[in-house]
Design a binder for this molecule. Structure first.
Ligand SMILES: Nc1ncnc2c1ncn2[C@@H]1O[C@H](COP(=O)(O)OP(=O)(O)O)[C@@H](O)[C@H]1O
Ligand SMILES: [Mg+2]
Length: 364
């Protein structure tokens, strides 16, 4: 978009490690036509990699839209589309309920599906986000949409390089907590899985009151058990000089099954199966985002009859894949998730037909 930026009505809506974010009204020029409301991110540091990555990953429905970059009062400013409902953490704090299915009702599946669709796109662009967490996922309640933002920790995925924990420890995969030489896009899949657990439980699954890498590794071990020599080889970390005891802590085991078995869910077995697949020590065993999207846990997202609580049809806006996405899935050997016919209607019709047949039989 090419225009002079004149800002008014600036209101702070967020701040983090890398900058401050404001909601602003943008005008074409002073006294000119209003171009609408946007989010303005003022970066603290010129070396922030975000502008570089936004140029690379700007055109996907599940990545926040980049509008313009400019310099103002000595700071680098980026204009983004505004997501009125803010980030997923705020959404969870406002709308999570212990009795709702999967914590947020259908929003859990809709948001998780779009997060993994966004991750499939980033993976195709060879971009590692490395800071996937609810604060960096923007949502709209009315439309049920989700967009990934904040590329302040992002890196290109290439070759072997030493990488360590960069984002928030709670969402970091074990290989990053132990400094790995094998960082893959499966690191973001792990973080995505932890975000899913937070939507379901209100707290991320490996949370504890004490923070830090060692404590986080212990929390992971408490649920997944100790890692093996093979796990370490696959994770690209040294088994002989681990940063902490390899033995699992002695406390009572909180396995994934124990944690999730009583969660109110329309499809609890699917939720558990999906989480078990994604939360694995060996990165290569974690499913690709395309495979995640095809998991039965997302059946309701792919069902045309599904609606948000406000009656907005869910799947039409979420499952229209571009040709680029279709090519990427095909190249990797994954099937594109397809919307099914109005399932409820189809099942009801089949029932009607069966009943008619029964009646006809009985009357004969
Ligand atoms: N486009 C946007 N629309 C609405 N809120 C936003 C937008 N971008 C950022 N925010 C809010 O600002 C917060 C900080 O933004 P973020 O880009 O994550 O900055 P930081 O790098 O400082 O963490 C987010 O958690 C979110 O609440
Ligand atoms: Mg952030």
């Amino acid at each position: 978009m090419d225009f002079e930026v004149v800002l008014s009505n600036k209101r702070k809506i967020g701040s983090g490690t890398f900058g401050r974010v404001y909601r602003v009204d943008v005008f074409k020029r002073a006294g000119g036509r209003s171009l609408g409301r946007y989010a303005l991110k003022v970066l603290n540091d010129d070396l922030d990699p975000e502008p570089r990555f936004m140029k690379r990953v700007h055109s996907h429905p599940n990545v926040v839209a980049f509008v313009k970059k400019f310099r103002r009062r000595g700071h680098l400013n980026i204009l983004y589309e505004l997501m009125e409902d803010g980030d997923l953490l705020k959404f969870i704090r406002r709308h999570w309920s212990p009795t709702a299915e999967n914590g947020l009702g259908i929003y859990t599946e809709a948001f998780a599906f779009q997060m993994f669709r966004g991750l499939a796109y980033l993976s195709a662009q060879r971009v590692l986000h490395l800071d996937i967490k609810p604060e960096n996922l923007l949502v709209s309640r009315a439309r049920g949409t989700l967009k990934i933002t904040d590329f302040g920790c992002a890196r290109m995925c290439r070759g072997r390089w030493k990488s360590h924990s960069v984002g928030t420890v709670l969402f970091n995969p074990p290989e990053l907590l132990m400094t790995t030489t094998r960082c893959r896009s499966s690191a973001d899949v792990w973080s995505g899985a932890v975000v899913l657990t937070e939507m379901v439980l209100k707290e991320p699954v490996f949370a504890s009151h004490v923070r830090g890498h060692r404590m986080q590794l212990r929390n992971i071990q408490k649920v997944l058990g100790p890692w093996t020599k093979k796990d370490c080889a696959q994770m690209g970390v040294n088994y002989n000089t681990p940063p902490l005891k390899r033995k699992s802590p002695k406390q009572r085991k909180r396995t994934l099954i124990k944690i999730f078995q009583n969660v109110p869910s329309h499809n609890n077995a699917a939720l558990l199966d999906l989480l078990t697949q994604m939360l694995q020590y060996q990165q290569d065993l974690r499913p690709h985002p395309w495979k995640v999207m095809a998991h039965p846990f997302f059946d309701r997202v792919l069902n045309r009859a599904s609606e948000l609580p406000n009656g907005w049809p869910l799947s039409e806006s979420l499952v229209s894949f571009s040709n680029e996405e279709r090519r990427d899935a095909r190249r990797l050997g994954f099937a594109i998730p397809v919307q099914r016919r109005r399932l409820r209607a189809v099942v009801a019709k089949a029932k009607q037909v069966a009943e008619k047949k029964e009646k006809a039989k009985a009357s004969r």
